[in-house]
Design a binder for this molecule. Structure first.
Ligand code: CDP
Ligand code: CDP
Length: 219
C-alpha cells in the first residue's frame, strides 16, 4: 500500500460521482480516476473483438491486453476515439455484465492502483473504497433516488443527441444497480467507514463543498 492521499467516491449509476470527483480533484490539484471508464473500455473492446459475453476467459484476456490512451479528455483505444462510444446505454448494460467476471476485475486492479500518484487521487466507481483503495482516508458513498438519477442520465444522453426513453432508462438503471449490488466479487456497497451523501435534492456545488469539508478533517 502506498501513502498517496486518495479520496474515493462510490455509488450507483448517475448519482453524481464523476462530476463531483472531477471538481474535487481540480480543486485539490489531484489526479482523477474514472474506474467505470476502464470497465466500459474493456467491454467495448470485447464487443469489437466479438467475444461472447458469457466467455469469462475471453473477456479476461481482452482486459489483460487493454492499453487505452487518455489524451486531453479523449479516450483512444487502438488509435480509435471511443470517448462517446463507451457512454452509450448499450455499452452501459453490457459493462455491468462484464464487470461480474473476477478475471476482468483482477486485470483492471493494477491499472487502477497505478493511478495513485502524487500529489493525490480522487477515484470514482463501485469498489474504490471497499477493494481498490481500502486505505483511503476519505471514502464517500453517493446516493440519489432512482428517478432523479434516471432523469440526470436522460438529460446527459439527449444532450449528446441520443434518443432515450425515461421509463426504459429507469428500468435499465435499476437493473444495472441490482447486478452491481448482487455480484459476488466487489459488489456495490458503502465501505464500513464511508460517509454517505444523498444528492437527490442536492446540487453539484453543495456536494463538492461537502466532500472538500470532509477532506479538511479526514487527515
Ligand atoms: O458518475 P455518475 O454516473 O455517478 O454521475 P455523473 O455522470 O457525475 O452525473 C450524472 C449527471 O447528473 C451529470 O450530468 C451531472 O451534471 C448531474 N448531476 C446533478 O444534476 N446534480 C448532482 N448533485 C450530481 C450530478
Ligand atoms: O456512470 P455510471 O455510474 O453509469 O457508470 P460507470 O461508473 O461508468 O460504470 C459502468 C459499470 O462499470 C457499472 O455499472 C459497473 O458494472 C462497472 N464498474 C465496476 O464494476 N466497478 C467499478 N469500480 C466501476 C464500474
Amino acid at each position: 500500500m502506498n501513502t498517496i492521499p486518495v479520496i474515493t467516491l462510490d455509488g450507483p449509476a448517475a448519482s453524481g460521482k464523476g462530476t463531483v470527483a472531477e471538481l474535487v480533484a481540480r480543486e485539490l490539484g489531484f489526479h482523477y480516476l474514472d474506474s467505470g471508464a476502464l470497465y466500459r473500455i474493456a467491454t467495448l473492446a470485447a464487443l469489437k473483438a466479438g467475444v461472447d459475453p458469457a466467455d469469462s476467459e475471453g473477456l479476461t484476456a481482452v482486459a489483460e491486453k487493454l492499453s487505452p490512451v487518455f489524451e486531453n479528455g479523449r479516450i483512444l483505444l487502438e488509435g480509435e476515439d471511443v470517448t462517446l462510444a463507451i457512454r452509450s446505454e448499450e455499452v452501459s448494460r453490457a459493462t455491468s455484465k462484464v464487470a461480474v467476471v473476477p478475471g476482468v476485475r483482477r486485470a483492471l486492479f493494477d491499472l487502477q492502483r497505478r493511478a495513485a500518484r502524487a500529489p493525490g487521487l480522487v477515484a470514482d466507481g463501485r469498489d474504490m473504497g471497499t477493494v481498490v483503495f481500502p486505505e483511503a482516508p476519505l471514502k464517500v458513498f453517493l446516493t440519489a433516488s432512482a428517478r432523479v438519477r434516471a432523469e440526470r442520465r436522460y438529460k446527459q444522453l439527449t444532450a449528446r443527441g441520443e434518443t432515450a426513453d425515461l421509463d426504459l432508462l429507469t428500468k435499465d438503471l435499476e437493473e444495472r444497480d441490482r447486478r452491481d449490488r448482487e455480484r459476488a466479487e466487489a459488489p456495490l456497497k458503502p465501505a464500513a467507514d464511508a460517509r454517505l451523501l444523498d444528492t437527490t435534492e442536492m446540487g453539484i456545488e453543495e456536494a463538492v463543498k461537502k466532500v472538500l469539508d470532509w477532506w479538511t478533517t479526514a487527515r
